[in-house]
Design a protein around this ligand. Structure first.
Ligand code: M6R
Length: 608
């Protein structure tokens, strides 16, 4: 994933591009660059590193006469993350500049052809082919040239392109990777995501797949790839710019951890009836269709996959439907048996993860009903699914998913209960009891957050610990998996999430003094079994930490106990994961890590 920004209008162009890129840095941050169009020349500034490094290259005065510009923050896919491969890329004559997000799958063939025609390439990227393709077309208007590029390029891509000879024009195109236009008064913006221009305008137009957009300071024209005009549909952005800022917290991740009570309350809002039943009319799926379903598949990646793990327990337990869960990148390749009676649920906070999109596309091609669960309105997943259930966590900037995970858990619990209701698999009284408990979750998470200082204190002993296990069974298993993933990705230490009962079949050989073993024991029907598994870890010298419900007598197996409010099985996943987010956060910050931008990771993974 990369971040694209573009601007045409009267402001000093770098003053729009550089702050815009800073707001998109969560999309990739291994190199950054800008290109400015001065009418008689293009200036290109780019380098490996972050936006702060790019700023060092900028000599404001010499760039102030620019009429338009494009910028890019990169997460490398083709070619090493060095300055040469940083975007923008230009053609041989330095007349065309291009920034690109995604992968041009047939780039090698295109490049070979261009080299055959005499073009010289400077980078190892797939993106550079676009600049040379446009140069090769000669005197074709830029928008038309970009349409031709889109017709030849295969794969997912978003482009922003400009040309020296058309300084008042900026052209964007999209297939698969996100692109939005910000409409201003006498100025227009192009970006991968709204925060890039939100300080300038709230009016936006989503660029759909296979569309080309031409921006001038006073106009926005949209066409399909044949050049047919399409009326742009304008929306008003109704969330605050401040929502995407840190709000006084030292990091986005901490801010987002603390936003969870609110995010969970928002995700529940309007989805529970006064009689305590789940209301998901927004899905607009006929009850008869849901009753005809005979199997459910849940597909997702990373943290979202852990929400899928919880969903399996919830749907099987409450709706009595068989559920299979798949890591999305594996789904298609195992030849799953799907038909029109299968319900496939794709979970993706970004709604742009290519593996998850490919899995749901595959499912739709088999005639299955697809529900997308996404945090981003109008994301690709939302648009491709038959129905969408939004988590309402607000923008999540930290690379490590936190509030989007707990809201995914809540959304999947709502969906599990809704399926159970519609199919008559559960008594309305039982739904009411669970839903009433769900409405307490925001306050319960709030009370867990108040233990952050104690968790920080506890974590001080483990700043240099290199080996952790996170164990749980049943509903506690996905929580353990998520705790381990959080620690791995932000603190760069080995942390294994494991089913507690499976340890004795091999991994227990790794337990010795110095290994920290975190056991989650909030699922009542397996807690005694998990506790005996923890005894086995203690006997091998592990330091034992338990996440247990308030009032639960866990005996003396634990060296430390972190308490969370008591609640029904599965619902407890929401509260139980919060101390593990905090634990990972405190260990990572004590180790001096940049938790918002962990190495090698990107917020959204749009490559297979
Ligand atoms: O946007 P998605 O939910 O589809 O993203 C899936 C994973 O890439 C994501 O959850 C990743 O594992 C996060 N870095 C976890 O914190």
């Amino acid at each position: 994933m990369c971040g694209i920004v573009g601007y045409v209008g009267p402001r000093p162009v770098i003053d729009v591009l550089v702050p815009g890129l800073a707001h998109l840095e969560y999309r990739g941050y291994d190199s950054a660059g800008i290109a400015l169009n001065h009418g008689n020349s293009l200036s290109v500034l780019k380098r490996a590193g972050r936006i702060a490094d790019l700023r060092l290259l900028i000599d404001q005065e010499s760039l102030d006469d620019a009429i338009s510009g494009i910028g890019h923050t990169r997460w490398a896919t083709h070619g090493a993350p060095n300055s040469g491969n940083a975007h923008p890329h230009v053609d041989c004559d330095r007349g065309v500049a291009v920034v690109h997000n995604g992968i041009i799958e047939n780039w090698a063939v295109l490049k070979e052809k261009l080299i055959g025609a005499g073009h010289e390439f400077e980078s190892d990227t797939d993106s550079e082919v676009v600049a040379h393709m446009i140069e090769d077309m000669g005197d074709v208007p830029l928008a038309e040239a970009v349409r031709r590029v889109m017709n030849q390029a295969e794969g997912a891509l978003a482009l922003a392109v400009m040309r020296r000879s058309e300084p008042d024009v900026l052209v964007g195109a999209r297939r698969g990777s996100p692109l939005v236009v910000g409409r201003g008064d006498g100025e227009n913006f192009l970006a991968s995501d709204i925060p890039a221009f939100l300080e300038h305008t709230r009016e936006m137009v989503v660029v759909d797949d296979d569309r080309v957009v031409e921006l001038r300071a006073d106009s926005v024209s949209l066409t399909d790839l044949e050049g047919n005009a399409i009326e742009p549909v304008q929306h008003k952005v109704d969330w605050n710019f401040e929502a995407a800022e840190r709000d006084g917290y030292p990091t986005f991740m901490l801010k987002e951890i603390y936003e969870q009570p609110h995010a969970i309350a928002d995700t529940l809002a309007g989805r529970v009836s006064p009689t305590g039943q789940v209301v998901l009319d927004e899905l607009e799926i006929d009850g008869r269709m849901l009753r005809a379903i005979d199997k459910v598949f849940v597909v997702a990646c990373g943290t979202s996959y852990h929400a899928a793990m919880m969903a399996k327990y919830a749907i099987e337990r409450w709706a009595r439907l068989p559920v299979e869960i798949d890591i999305a990148s594996e789904f298609r390749y195992r030849d799953p048996v799907l038909d029109s009676r299968s319900l496939v649920i794709g979970i993706s906070q970004s709604g742009e993860t290519i593996d998850t999109l490919a899995a749901v596309r595959y499912a739709r091609a088999q005639g299955s009903l697809v529900i997308g669960v996404s945090n981003v309105v109008e994301s690709a997943l939302a648009r491709e699914a038959d129905a969408v259930l939004y988590t309402r966590a607000g923008p999540e900037i930290g690379v490590a998913a936190t509030k989007t995970f707990t809201t995914q858990l809540v959304a999947m619990q709502l969906l599990g209960l809704y399926l159970a209701q519609v199919r008559g698999a559960v008594d309305p009284g039982a739904v009411e009891v669970l839903v009433t408990e769900m409405l307490r979750l925001p306050d319960q998470v709030e009370s867990v957050l108040s233990t952050s200082d104690a968790i920080e204190k506890l974590s001080r002993d483990w700043t240099d610990t290199r080996d952790y296990f996170f164990l749980g069974r049943s509903g506690d298993f996905p929580v353990a998996m998520e705790g381990a993933l959080k620690l791995k990705e932000i603190a760069y230490v080995r942390a294994e999430g494991y089913a507690a009962g499976e340890m004795k079949h091999g991994p227990i050989a790794l337990i010795e003094e110095g290994v920290v073993v975190v056991g989650v024991v909030t699922d009542s029907h397996v807690r005694t079994k998990t506790l005996s598994n923890m005894e086995e870890m203690k006997a091998r010298g592990g330091t034992i930490v338990l996440v247990a419900e308030e009032g639960d007598d866990v005996g003396n197996v634990a060296d430390h106990v972190i308490r969370v409010p008591a609640g029904p099985d599965l619902l407890c996943t929401v509260t139980a994961v919060v101390p593990l987010q905090l634990l990972a956060y405190h260990i990572a910050t004590a180790r001096g890590m940049d938790v918002d931008k962990p190495r090698n990771l990107a917020k959204t993974v749009t490559v297979e």
